[in-house]
Write a protein that binds this ligand. Structure first.
Ligand code: DGJ
Length: 555
């Protein structure tokens, strides 16, 4: 072997060893943001402490130094601890191989000034299924960086996952971006990165170009077969193995493999937690693709995504469903032992904001409504501009209530101690004329704890503490965390909670030993008063937002 060749090999090995050991060092560095998993539950760690993402996402075109002031004003009003904000490939790489870091640096520097963490959204090959954020120099070479072709040969406004040059360019740019984060952000202002945005295609289930068709007619890769428990079907093509699901699964596998490679390359440089968000299908009425976007992490293709993109830590639903049952179902579907629940986009005003509590009850590591900044004047149904209170009020209230105890909630959720309930429907019995029976004996939902049940009633006239300003929508919400047996932390509003002994405590005489109303200061609960008499004898009424600590007692 020639000396120069041997030196070359040694140099490669050395580089590889240094790279691997630095990756390992980062992965074990406790200050590095990372996820922990235990007993099928998950927790995000930031600066070595549990962290609950109380987030909001800005509008798509707000990540410019000129617009940032109108983002920060909203983030302050919202009480967020995390901003989700895009990084645009077209801005980042204006010419091939020339990277422009000034916008990223401005965002990170200003986030620190506002004491807000960041989740950066890599708007690159896919943004809502299209290639619109690719740099101009790529868009102008459609042969090299192609879109997909529909079944009738028509052009589709969606990049092909079978394009090696596009993949290579995205890997190169994403790696440069992650390398820069590693160098510029030693204090970990950036806690996660989203790879692409709502990837996949609309208008065509897959690419029908001759090149893609050739792959479609080839044997399904062994890893895809294994993921779908079809290992016996080796050497058979997609149609033969998957029948009428073949087109969809083919597209999903290739989009996920593509993003898996981009994610892995970035993670090798700087191992931040990575997520992919999906424009999800309705869990109860999914329809048939492409009536929903195909390629992203839908609930029916989780296994394909997990197998094709192991460097992606979190598959996330963007939830724009307003139907209560559908929304709650999606939360359940994405909270899995192999997948932390994180909602990176949803609606941030009105009664829908109660689903933040539902997400917490499903073990969520975070939540972030979309489009929450001051760059766009939002209008209500009457066409009048919404006030800041109308636009942000409900999300701000959620976060004002939970933020002081966010770390405690993340920790308790990881231990499986948090349960929540949200109002399912508008209450038709509310009003001052409600009868005694209604006041006392209606229960909408019951949460079960060790030795105790909590009966929850929403939205009705509550004796001695009538719920004021009950809005039109069903907006009641409550979180109950078990601190120890018989001791609970409660936070919420527009509901009443009645504890009663159950299990081994059933039939025993009992009472509230102590009910404290207060607030968290620097992570410690400070009681402001003890509730008793009328404030506990008819249940614990959350007519307005409140935080209680309750100690129960049986003989
Ligand atoms: C979902 C996308 O992910 C966002 O970037 C944005 O386009 C919203 N839809 C618009 O409502």
């Amino acid at each position: 072997m020639k000396l120069s060749y041997r030196l070359h090999i040694m140099a490669i090995l050395l580089a590889l060893t240094c790279h691997l050991s630095s990756t390992r060092a980062q992965a074990t560095d406790p200050s590095m943001p990372h996820l922990v998993h235990e007993n099928g539950r998950h927790m995000l760690m930031v600066d070595g402490e549990p962290f609950l993402i109380l987030g909001a996402q800005c509008h798509n075109s707000s990540a410019w130094p000129a617009t940032l002031p109108r983002v920060w004003s909203a983030m302050t009003a919202l009480n967020v601890n995390t901003l989700e904000i895009p990084i645009y490939w077209e801005q980042f790489e204006p010419e091939p191989g020339r990277y422009d870091y000034h916008v990223i640096d401005a965002i990170i520097t200003q986030a620190r000034e506002h004491d807000v963490r960041l989740i950066l959204l890599w708007f690159a090959t896919w943004k809502n299924g299209s290639n619109h954020y690719m740099p101009q120099w790529m868009k102008l070479q459609p042969q090299k960086y192609p879109n997909i072709t529909g079944a009738q040969g028509q052009p589709i406004d969606s990049p092909s996952p079978h394009a090696p040059a596009t993949l290579e360019a995205d890997i190169r740019a994403f790696t440069a971006f992650m390398k820069h984060l590693k160098e510029f952000d030693a204090q970990h202002t950036v806690i996660m990165v989203q790879v692409e945005n709502e990837p996949g295609s609309w208008d065509s289930v897959r690419d029908y170009s001759p090149a893609a068709q050739k792959i479609f007619n080839s044997p399904v890769p062994a890893a895809a077969l294994a993921a779908m428990k079809k290992s016996g079907a080796s050497n058979r093509n997609w149609r033969d193995v998957f029948g009428r699901d073949a087109d969809e699964f083919f597209q999903v596998w290739h989009v996920a493999s593509y993003i898996g490679q981009v994610a892995a390359a970035g993670k090798a440089v700087y191992p931040l937690p990575l997520l992919v968000n999906g424009s999800i299908r309705d869990p109860f009425h999914p329809g048939w693709p492409p009536t929903y976007q195909v390629g992203g992490p839908n609930d029916n293709v989780f296994e394909l995504w997990k197998a094709a993109a192991p460097a992606v830590d979190i598959l996330s639903p963007d939830i724009y469903l307003s139907d209560t049952d559908a929304y709650l179902k999606v939360l359940q579907l994405y909270n899995r032992p192999d997948n932390p629940l994180f909602v990176p986009e949803t609606i941030g005003h009105g009664a829908i904001t109660r689903f933040f509590f539902a997400a917490l009850g499903n073990g969520a590591i975070g939540y972030a409504p979309f489009g929450m900044d001051d760059t766009i004047i939002s209008t209500g149904r009457d066409g009048e501009p919404l006030s800041a209170e109308e636009k942000y009020g409900d999300t701000a209230l959620n976060y004002r209530l939970i933020k002081p105890m966010a770390q405690e909630i993340a920790r308790l959720n990881f231990a499986g101690k948090v349960q929540t309930a949200v109002q399912m429907a508008v209450d038709s019995t509310s009003g001052p004329g409600s009868s005694w029976d209604r006041v006392h004996y209606i229960t909408d939902q019951t949460l079960h704890f060790d030795g105790w049940d909590a009966d929850i009633a929403f939205g009705r006239f509550q004796r001695l503490a009538r719920i004021q300003n009950q809005p039109e929508g069903p907006d009641g919400r409550i979180l109950i965390a078990e601190l120890s047996k018989g001791q609970y932390l409660l936070a919420g509003y527009h509901c009443r909670v009645l504890f009663r002994p159950n299990g081994e405590n059933r039939e025993r005489p009992w009472q509230y030993l102590r009910v404290e109303e207060g607030r968290y200061v620097d992570g410690v609960f400070k009681a402001e008063r003890i509730l008793n008499g009328d404030q506990t004898d008819w249940g614990l009424v959350f007519a307005t937002p409140a935080v209680l600590r309750v100690q129960l007692y049986t003989r």
